[in-house]
Structure formats: structure tokens, C-alpha cells
Design a protein. Structure first.
Length: 212
């Protein structure tokens, strides 16, 4: 009887563990997808920055570098969320990147950032809430908010292509929030505990494609 009771307890614990795993499986899968996407985005924007510099669009090259750093922050947030859920970040598979003119390299990301802001990340946030995966929910939310900023920054850069005014860029070390300021202005004030805004130096190779 005692042995039977032990077996029942073991089976029950196993079932609970399995249920917990299943409960978070969709969010964990979404984190893996987002982790891969952000890693590729960070690398892609570094390549776009190089092209913009070659075409003498220095300010846009600077913007691409800032956004690349922001995407790398999201990538690391997703990685930590995966690990917090007991998962292992999958090996990054870098996609082939077609680098075109700076105008083209601005137009395409505007569509992509919009899709992430309005469809992809809202769905990921919704599922994470349902599954009570709080760290994943926070990571997705930070990314979603920053992608909306990127969309506006790219739109402005495209609208003023060829006459882009000089700006500094700051990226939050916690959320990836990307802020443009007039040159020499102080860094934005942190809104979260432990947050720090990093000033992105033009021409400095970001760590984006090396964080994996």
C-alpha cells in the first residue's frame, strides 16, 4: 500500500510537471522565434549602416547602428526569458541579407517594424499573459514598444533622406527604447530600476551580431 502511494505521488508530480511544461510551451516557442528574429534584425541593421555610410548618409548610418543595438537588447532579454522558463536558446541561424540602396533599406524595415508592433508582439504578449509567463510578457512588451519607435525614426529618416539633421541616439540597456536627441543634450531619464541609456557613438561597431 505504501509503495502504491509513493508511485501515485510520483505519477502526480510527473503529470504536474508535464502540465506546467505544456502550459508554457507556446510562450517558450514564441520566445525562441523572437530571439532568432531580433538577432537577425540586429545583424541586418549593421549591414544597412555600412551601406548608408558608403552612400554618404552618415546620419542614417548612425540611426541604423542605434536600432541594431536596440535589437540586440531585445535579443538578450528574450534569451534570459527563455532560460528563466527552463529552456535553452536555440543556435542562431542567420538569414541571407539583401543590402540595397539606403532608400530601399529604410522602406522595407518600416513595414517590418509595423507588423511587429501591430500584430506579432501583441499576440505574443497576449499568450504570455494567458500563460502567466511574466518575464516573457515583459520582454515582448519592451520589444513591441521599441519597434514602434523604430518605425517612426525610419519614417522620419526616409522623409528627410539627403537632408537628415544631425542627432544623437540613446538606447535603453533594459528595454531597448531608442531615443533621438539634439546633439549635446543629456541622456533621457531612466524610467525603470536598473535602466541606463547608452549613447550610441557613430562608427563604433555594435556588439549586436556578436551577442550569441
Amino acid at each position: 500500500m505504501k509503495i502504491l502511494s509513493i508511485l501515485l505521488v510520483v505519477l502526480l508530480l510527473g503529470s504536474l510537471a508535464c502540465a506546467q511544461s505544456q502550459k508554457h510551451s507556446q510562450t517558450l516557442d514564441n520566445l525562441q522565434k523572437a530571439y532568432q528574429a531580433e538577432a537577425n534584425a540586429s545583424r541586418r541593421y549593421e549591414m544597412f549602416a555600412k551601406k548608408a555610410a558608403e552612400e554618404n548618409h552618415k546620419q542614417i548610418a548612425h540611426l541604423f547602428q542605434a536600432v541594431s543595438r536596440s535589437e540586440s537588447v531585445h535579443m538578450q532579454n528574450h534569451k534570459r526569458a527563455i532560460e528563466a522558463m527552463g529552456g535553452t536558446p536555440a543556435k542562431i541561424k542567420y538569414e541571407e541579407v539583401e543590402v540595397e540602396t539606403t532608400r530601399d533599406n529604410l522602406e522595407e524595415p518600416i513595414k517590418g517594424e509595423k507588423q511587429e508592433t501591430e500584430a506579432l508582439y501583441p499576440e505574443f504578449v497576449k499568450i504570455a499573459k494567458q500563460e502567466k509567463a511574466s518575464q516573457a510578457e515583459k520582454s515582448f512588451t519592451y520589444a513591441m514598444q521599441a519597434e514602434a519607435q523604430h518605425e517612426e525614426l525610419f519614417k522620419d529618416a526616409l522623409k528627410n533622406l539627403g537632408k537628415n539633421k544631425k542627432q544623437d541616439y540613446y538606447v535603453s540597456s533594459l528595454t531597448g527604447s531608442t531615443i533621438a536627441t539634439d546633439p549635446g543634450k543629456p541622456a533621457p531619464k531612466p524610467e525603470h530600476k536598473g535602466e541606463e541609456f547608452m549613447r550610441i557613438e557613430y562608427g563604433a561597431l555594435s556588439k549586436a551580431a556578436r551577442l550569441d
